[in-house]
Design a binder for this molecule. Sequence first.
Ligand code: 6MZ
Length: 403
Amino acid sequence: MEGGGDMGLVEWCRELPKIELHAHLNGSVRDSTLLPPWDIRNDLENSSCITFRSTLKQIISTGLAMRELAKDLGEKGVIAFADVAHVIMKNGRSLPECFKLFDLYHLLTTDHQTVTRITKEVIEDFAAENVVYLELRTTPKKNEAKGMTKCSYMKAVIDGIRAVDTVDVDFVTSGTSNVNCSEATPLNCIGSPIKRKKIYVRLLLSIDRRETTAAALETVNLAMDLKNFGVVGIDLSGNPVIGEWQTFLPALKHAKELGLPITLHCGEVPNHKEIQAMLDICPQRIGHACFLVEEEWKRVKFLKIPVEICLTSNIRTGRFSSIYDHFFADLYKAKHQVALCTDDSGLFSTTLSNEFYLAASTFGLNKDEMFLLARSAIQSTFADDEVKHELTKIYDDAANRLI
Ligand code: 6MZ
């Protein structure tokens, strides 16, 4: 390989400035935040919360590890360690297993303090991998028991972005919100006299496929209210076998009318009626696209819809038995706009650097090609032109070093 001095490919992929466009907050939680320390075994074994126990039992076959948050729950007597102890990390999880895991994640993470904490940590983790622009997506949640509304959930996320202190964060640029979601003025780039890593963070609000039309509309209106707090678009995600397209359509149309860009989890299962309907509304991006057939790909290419590609996620959830069968190669050859993404870096134990390494080593891309692939994601971001310009400069600077 040319360029990049003596750097090995793994190191080079880590050094490469990267753009992450498909990352779910709760799927990106650190293992160390979730793994249970063995020293609390006794406390946990003695506690009994039937609801939590039964939830855990349901997911035992899927495997999950929990640490510090489980410790908190254990101390409060909410969690039964005997159940957790049997949970084993598995390499491959079916899609239904993933969604069972998410229910557990949410049980652990949905209170304001924890949402703030995981947001901070997730941003720091992406920055550590030299992600220079992160479009982080999350589903605003109501949780009456915790006094949580969708708006207060988002305030907790925004507080997490504000709390990052190991790197500089460019979050929003100006303006105020008419929503009482954050008392303070919008955060600007937190400057530092010392040259530190800098990451641009923007948010996508996800509509969960379990939600009603009214709940989906509430999320879109919240996204609009939070435009000055770094929200740049809407995502539709969740278990692909749940929910009807007609339920989400009014909210997605509303988003379009408001000028909010949309990205859709499209074709995670072979539901061709829904895939057609999704392409009919011309989303600004689609994610996964695992089960698209030739005619559908023709439309995606004709409409020039960028595709968020999550290699590890697609392999781990069993869509492709071999990575060599992945459609990445076809889209890449066709010069179709793609962005490599992690999906759920915590759940699938991956990083964006690893996704680049996988693509390079599997599909034989050299460093020049990888650099251009990373850089080309700039045009698929939902960021404004000023940010795109800044990102271009970051790549121009890195080019001397890396290629
Ligand atoms: C579909 C997914 C997903 O929003 O609670 N999510 N939806 N397909 C996937 N591929 C495996 N991975 C994650 O993050 C977790 C939520 O994101 C969606 C699911 O709705 C999951 O509950 P937040 O931060």
